[in-house]
Every structure is written in C-alpha cells, then in structure tokens.
Design a protein around this ligand. Sequence first.
Ligand SMILES: [Zn+2]
Length: 305
Amino acid sequence: MDEQDATAGGRRGGDELRERIAAGWSALRDEVAGWLNEQTAFGLSRREVIAGRASTAARATVGACAAVVLWGLIGPSVVARVREIAERVIASGPPAQNAVIAVVIGGWLIGRWFRWAVRRPPVSAAAVTLAAAQVASMLTPGDVDERVARHEAAHAVVAHALGAQVRQLRALPVGNTGGRCEWGFEADRTSAVENAWVSLCALAAGELEVPEGPYAWPGASGDTHEAIAAATFIIRRGEHPAEYDGPLTIEGLLAGAHRRATALLAELQPALGAVAAALIARGRLDQTEVAAAIAGAGGSTGRDR
Ligand SMILES: [Zn+2]
C-alpha cells in the first residue's frame, strides 16, 4: 500500500466516524425527546412535569444557598452561645437545672399542642348550625304546627271524655313524630277490653283531625299500629265493649270506634279548640293542664267518671 492510499483510507475512516457520531447523536436526541414527550401517570408529558417543577427547584436552590450563607454569618456565634448556655447549666446547681428541664418539657408540650391545634380539621359551619338549632329547640318551644296540635288535641279530648287519663300532650316535633298524646287508665277500671275500646276511639279521633304535611306519615303510623293492636286485643278476648255491639272483626271495631269518635268530637268542639289553643301556645301540656283546658271549655260531656 502506498502513502496516497493510506491517506485516502484515513480520510474515509474519519468521515465514517463523523457520520457514525452524528447518527448516534441524532438517535440519542430522538430517544431523549421521545422520553420527555412520553405521557406520565399524571396525564402530562415528562417535559411538562419538569417545566412545572422548575420554579420549585429554583426556589429550593435559592433557599439552600441562603441557608448556607446565613449559617456562615451567624452559625459560629450561635454555636458559641449554645455552648456557653450549656456550660452555665452544667455549672449551676440542681434547682436551676430542674427549672431548665421543666422549661424545655413545657415548651415541647406547648409546641405539640400548637401543632395539633393547627392541624386538626376546622369545625364545619353545618355542624355549628345544627348544634345551635338543637340548643335553640331545647330552650324555646319553637313553632307549633296548628294541624298537629288539633290532631293531638283530638286524641286527648276523646280519651278524656271516655274516662282515660291524658298524661302528656306534645305538639313539638321529635324524631319522626310531629307530636304525641299519652294516656293511661286507673287501676280500678272495669276491664281491659273497655280500656282497649277507649284507646281505639281516642286513636280514631286522630284520624278525624289528620295533620297534613310531612308529619302525617310516618307520624300517624303509630296511631295505625296501636289501633290494630287494640282491635286485635278485643277480638282475642271475645268480649264486646259496652259501647259496641257490632261484629268482632278489625274492620267492624275500627268503623265502630270511628263513629264513636266522630260523635264525641262533634259534641266536644269547644274542648278540642281549647286544648289545641293551649298546645299551640305552650307546645306541651301535662295532665293537669290538659284537664284544666277541657274544664275551662265547659268540660267533657262524654262518659265522665
Ligand atoms: Zn296521632
């Protein structure tokens, strides 16, 4: 091989190398560009993620530099001061050391408490409103729905007229109920069947003064359940109540009680109005207040005892 050939061969080799480097560089660039443009799990390309974090990285760098500079300026004096305090504490007597320990523990506890206070979730406005409404309903009688008051008063007037003791009357919403009328019987009453009949008539009276609106159901479901229970009780006993001579069936007893309650309420409109008015004014009435309202309206003309 002569010199020219060798030179030409070297040039050819140099060109090949340059081409290979250029091809490698371009492949690497494409590879990197592809990697940067690839979508990540966040729904963004890597390029976008890096761009989005550039400001954070810059701030972290500036912060780190500032910390290094600051420490360079005041670090040695801080260390010297801490060493001086530590030496003084070591040199002092136990009482001073105890005081320092107490201050450190106290500061740590206050710090813990502060961290807890800052991190705990804020009380929601809805919870505050609910609590305020509950407190307000306990302190004030609230608004009585007139229709609920008339419904409860109808139970009370008929129960009272038929000799039951009306023990409590309420026309304020609690849970699912808009109100409640509770009655009971003296121990010396004639019979359990008579008691069941009186309850049946008092429950039927509630059907004649039906509260409309959201409390009608399930509020009235209690009346229905109790009426069916009372009628079932009478049927099981197989005895006729004194005021009823129809068939001993659920339908018959419910219809009979309905008729009796209709007649009584027609007669006792003044008492019904008086009890309802007292209930609207006060929200709830006890036994004596119910009796007083009925007596004030001219008493009941039913089967008084
Ligand atoms: Zn009722």
